[in-house]
Write a protein that binds this ligand. Sequence first.
Ligand SMILES: [Zn+2]
Length: 536
Amino acid sequence: MRRRSAAALVFIFLAATLTPAFIQQAHADFSRPVDVISITWPHAPALTTSVSTARKEVQSYTIPYWRSHASIEFTKGLDSSAPVSMSVEVPCNGDATVTYMNDVANKFYGSQGLNSNNRYLVILSPKISKNCVWAAKSIVGDYKISFGISIFQDNAQPFVITHELGHALGLGHTNYMSCPTPGDSDWTQCQNLEYAGAVDLMSNIDTSAPLNLYHMWRLGRMDESSIQSILNSGTYTINELSSGSGVRGLFIHDTEGFYWIEYRKAFGTFKAGLYIYRTDTPVAATSTSSPNPEYSGRYIGDTSGDAWLLNLGDYQYSAHPTGSPSGFHFATHTGNVTLDMVEVGGQAVVNVNVKPGVILHQMPPTPPDLTKYTFATTDFGSLYEVEPVVGGNALTDPTLQICNGNFPSEDHRVLRTQVSANPIYQSKYTFISSEAVQYESAYWAAQALKEIDLATAKCSAKVAQIHPVSYAPPAQVSARSLISVSNSNKKTQNLLATFQVKGSTMVGTYVVSNYDFSSVEIARWLKITKKMGLRL
Ligand SMILES: [Zn+2]
């Protein structure tokens, strides 16, 4: 994404995106330390806020917010004692701001002997001399990658910091599609109001209300078991959005419209009822309203992460929104699907009517999160740091390399993620790693194991000596475990490798040492290996 939204009466945010070369996949339960620093430049004005103020807000508001709303655990990172000195002020617009943010991150982390992987950086900037409309700007990330950089223009408000970390986790804005009549319309008649879907904090309103259904899905907190796709007429019962279990949403894909439907209890001025968002690109909307000069006129950006709240009621957006966008009746803009809801015992019972002959489509598959299969920080304790491996989520790096074998299954991998567990003290192990691979099908995952058998059966002793290791995998998991002894730079290299397959997923666990493995060690590593197998 080149660019991303802006605007508001009270606060203005802008999130830019980029794909820095140093982003790597991280475990979903990686630590996510939030570092807070400030910057300055020649003749910069003084900050009216401070690192300690921002830190206080991060600890007391932002961290509890993401824990309670999305079970995402940020932790306390570093606070800089002195501002990072930059040679020029922050550019206001475009890619230049993003480049600058990366420069700040590289300068700060370089001075600490760290890199920016696995960290979230909050940068407090003095006010920019030009009239620069945004309060904060973030690189839009992905919750599966522990990485984020956000910059704040002399602003350390807790809600602003929390909103920006939402961008770092991959969320766009909760916008509002203002149509001439309540409910849905053909979007050529509607106006796209950036940030104005004030149901949650990804708008520009400070609220502790739950994140919307679509954003919860993006964060991997809702999957096919918690959001039901409507394909046919019928009665659908959904739990309240923040109930934490069961079906909590409905999805309709009717022609170009993608609809995400949730049921909320009354909160603030908002009434109980259905809340509905569309997530198809509003290119046809009459106009886009935003104070940000980078984002005005027609919507031209991509929509990844943005949701558009529809108004089923008497909602009116302002700095203090009035009315409620909720409702009990709804029809998609084609009229193909109608919904009528009643509240029964704290649940929404939704009667859905689909016109005969209309074909609706399933919700897009939840993107698989392979990081749940690899090592977690909790597998090792505090003497190890679990970190992404460079290139660990690229398919260019091999999964199978045993004995220089032939591995056609490599071309049938669709996703891969690899992490390493690095001892913080010197260790006899040179590499401890786990890798999860999603194949096109269960067939290719099974083939991978067969290819290992073939390669090891005819392995030349000049390449490696292979010793099978006895390992009993968990039920329904197929496995191969072996020790491969080879020479690298005149040193003997012992690799204990276990490959475990269930369905179309494989998990590899690799431990490398220049010393022979004792039977006690092997048993210890296989115990961790089994833990990985049980996650499949
Ligand atoms: Zn924003």
